[in-house]
Design a protein around this ligand. Structure first.
Ligand code: CUA
Length: 300
């Protein structure tokens, strides 16, 4: 699908380029001729045969031919867009939130934020929806762009043919942090994907003595919005990213590298890092902050 969309784009660019070059060439020729002598005015103001030919040829025939060719190529490319997920497709629920992506693997029981992993060579049915305003899901390298709506589910079928990492940007303006609503897409070999999704579906690591104090702070200060399965489950209306395997993630809020110092800054003042984010600043004393950061960075 991505390949046929790209081929269509190149065809449109080539035809557009050709018409542009033609128009500029005629313009230059016209300017040169205009300088050669005084303007002739036809008696009666009627068009000459030559100008009528230019009008009909350049104004009607040429655009018609170009548009018919582009229409035919578009209809052909649309045939390559799958409308239904084939049997055996991996189902992933993708929910847009202001300003992050929630990724659920219902059959596998995994919940992740801002990271979408896909197995190479297997079709994936992304069930797109939104928890608030309209967002749009788009991974240019894999083709297909589709809106995530608050009042329905749109299904986008994709397949990665090669392992690799891509970035998806939210493609519908959704508020002040629209720019930073990005999603890391990792296409990986089926074995690697199976291992990853099983690790993400597993319950959180048991809390050891270094994490115990932090787990208490988390339960008190964070657990209304953030789940660490199976101990805490967020209130649905105020759901923020699931943090069960927080330490395995590449970024904090899709904006900073996931490391303790950044997490400390994020918890104390998320707005300084990502203006307009819906997470409130959490007031903790320095000791509480240290323990909760240690706890979260232990959730592999
Ligand atoms: Cu979400 Cu733009």
């Amino acid at each position: 699908m991505a390949r046929s969309a790209a081929a269509l784009w190149w065809l449109m660019a080539a035809l557009g380029g050709l018409v542009f070059v033609l128009v500029v060439a005629l313009l230059v020729a016209g300017l040169r001729r205009g300088r050669a002598g005084p303007v002739r005015v036809e008696p009666g103001g009627s068009e000459t045969g030559s100008s009528r030919r230019w009008l009909v040829g350049g104004g009607v025939l040429l655009p018609s031919v170009v548009l018919v060719v582009v229409l035919g190529a578009t209809v052909a490319a649309m045939r390559d867009v799958p409308v239904q997920a084939p049997d055996g497709a991996l189902v992933v629920e993708v929910t847009g939130h202001q300003y992050w992506w929630e990724i659920r693997y219902p059959a596998e029981g995994a919940v992740v934020a801002n990271e979408l992993h896909l197995p190479v060579g297997r079709p994936v049915a992304l069930r797109l929806r939104s928890a608030d305003v309209i967002h749009s899901f788009w991974v240019p390298a894999l083709g297909g762009k589709m809106d995530a709506l608050p009042d329905g589910v749109n299904t986008l079928v994709l397949q990665a043919d090669e392992a690799g990492e891509h970035t998806s940007e939210c493609a519908e303006f959704c508020g002040v942090q629209h720019t930073n609503m990005s999603l890391l897409v990792v296409a990986e070999e089926p074995d690697a994907f199976r291992a990853w999704v099983a690790a993400q579906a597993a319950p959180a690591a048991p809390v050891n003595s270094t994490g115990a104090a932090g787990a208490d702070v988390f339960a008190r200060a964070c657990s209304r919005c953030h789940a660490v399965r199976p101990a805490t489950e967020a209130e649905p209306a105020e759901r923020g990213p699931d943090l069960t395997h927080f330490a395995s993630r590449r970024t904090i809020g899709a904006i900073a590298e996931n490391e303790p110092e950044a997490l400390r800054r994020w918890i104390s003042d998320p707005h300084a890092m990502k203006t307009g984010v819906l997470m409130p600043a959490v007031e903790l004393d320095p000791h509480e902050l240290d323990t909760v950061v240690t706890y979260l960075e232990g959730l592999r």
